[in-house]
Design a protein around this ligand. Sequence first.
Ligand code: HEM
Length: 144
Amino acid sequence: MPDSLSVRPERPDEAADPGVRINVFALAGGQAFFDALVDRFYQGVEADPELLAIYPDHADLQGARRRLALFLGQYWGGPTTYSDERGHPRLFMRHRGFPIDPAARDRWLVHMREAVAYMDPPDPIAARLLAYFDTAAEAMRNQE
Ligand code: HEM
């Protein structure tokens, strides 16, 4: 179902090929990679007032960091700590309370692309991460 994302916005939560995900997690450098990626990403968010305005709880950005890092680690084949703590990701549903229009989606992506570039993983890993973030960020969009 390669092109089903537009009709199945929950798709970014799900496994593609588990073997591929395990390789991405391991080859990227395990959870430490995703922790550092998300730290860098959030530095960008915190310096971007328009994007930061979408985040409801500025006092809990440390919690937000942890949730995103654990989700990404799990998605790419790491431990299931995210779901153990939060349940099924249901990411589209969890984002419904935040106004995500194309401009917000693009700002989010700018910071995540910058974080991937900063982390500088091997090219095939970077390519997979970037392709996923493009698709998933569009799947979170809930406004025109
Ligand atoms: C690649 C796309 C994305 C992924 C994988 C993703 C992932 C996540 C995850 C895992 C959480 C924590 C959910 C929870 O357990 O409660 C979260 C929260 C959030 N996301 Fe996203 N997200 C994406 C795109 C976006 C975009 C485009 C925006 C806005 C422009 C956004 C804004 C938020 C906000 C405001 C929160 C609440 C922060 C918090 O956890 O307290 N996300 N996201």
